[in-house]
Design a protein around this ligand. Structure first.
Ligand SMILES: NC(=O)c1ccc[n+]([C@@H]2O[C@H](COP(=O)([O-])OP(=O)(O)OC[C@H]3O[C@@H](n4cnc5c(N)ncnc54)[C@H](OP(=O)(O)O)[C@@H]3O)[C@@H](O)[C@H]2O)c1
Length: 234
């Protein structure tokens, strides 16, 4: 098992939602944490971490960032990347469908440019999402991206070994990614999860420990861990 003390973690998307909770757990485990996002620290308990500003789609900025933090141990990427296309496939704007892949390119960029700067016993965690393996109306673009993320993780594991790479597949998690407020938010969350084996949205705090497991356990690579409240099986 890995001891996090004295290790350095870069968490893309570490200023909100699941990334923020993962960053907090890493810090509690005594790792040095650097969060990276486009807007910087948002005053949500991460002000005492190093916060870098970069867009995961900006390869020059990423190259400079990895150069600066060379020799780091853990790379976590939870960045949403950009807008996501939602709606019936046969009515979907194809630029929107294609644009949803910003998430994949952000992940690929950070792994491709980051891995050469990592410790050889380091580890990477990415996030896919339950639509990858559970059909729901309107989410085919997101589903396709999620499948691409999971396929990338499985196949990249061979290419970047001995560095390990794994993904978490979250179910619906109550995070700032969803912009609805009040009753509309509650209704969306409850309606979307009501048929799951665990019929409620998850919390970012319920996902973050899975990242710690994947970073810590040196016998796990190329794997997807589902933390979805039974959404895929329902
Ligand atoms: N929440 C869910 O129900 C759910 C379910 C399945 C999968 N997922 C996936 O899980 C991941 C995390 O979701 P979340 O709900 O935790 O999202 P969130 O709360 O919206 O956080 C997203 C984070 O990514 C950063 N970010 C977004 N685009 C970026 C970019 N281009 N470059 C750098 N940083 C960027 C954001 O900061 P800035 O905006 O300041 O850049 C923020 O820190 C996403 O990939 C999402 O697709 C979420």
């Amino acid at each position: 098992m890995t001891n996090f003390s004295g290790k350095k973690a870069i968490v893309f998307g570490g200023t909100s939602g699941m990334g923020l909770e993962i960053a907090k757990l890493l810090q509690q485990a005594d790792a040095e944490v650097v969060t990276v996002s486009r807007r910087g620290a948002l005053g949500k308990g991460n002000d005492n971490m190093q916060n870098e500003i970069a867009d995961v789609l900006d390869r020059d900025a990423l190259a400079a960032l990895f150069e600066k933090h060379g020799g780091f141990d853990f790379l976590v990427n939870t960045a949403t990347g950009g807008p996501r296309a939602i709606g019936p496939f046969l009515e979907m704007d194809l630029d929107g469908f294609q644009g949803s892949f910003a998430k994949l390119w952000g992940y690929v960029n950070t792994v491709r440019l980051g891995a050469p700067h990592m410790a050889q016993d380091g580890a990477i965690v990415l996030l896919s999402g339950y639509p990858a393996r559970k059909w729901r109306p309107g989410v085919l673009a997101i589903a396709t991206v999620g499948n691409a993320v999971e396929g990338f993780v499985r196949m990249a594991a061979n290419e970047i070994k001995p560095i390990r790479i794994n993904a978490i597949c979250p179910g619906l998690i109550d995070t700032p990614m969803f912009t609805q407020e009040g009753e509309a938010r509650e209704q969306y969350m409850n309606e979307t999860t009501k048929n799951n084996l665990i019929p409620r949205p998850g919390k970012p705090e319920e996902v973050a420990p899975a990242a710690m497991f994947l970073l810590e356990n040196q016998f796990v690579t190329g794997t997807i861990v589902d933390v979805d409240g039974g959404a895929i099986l329902a």
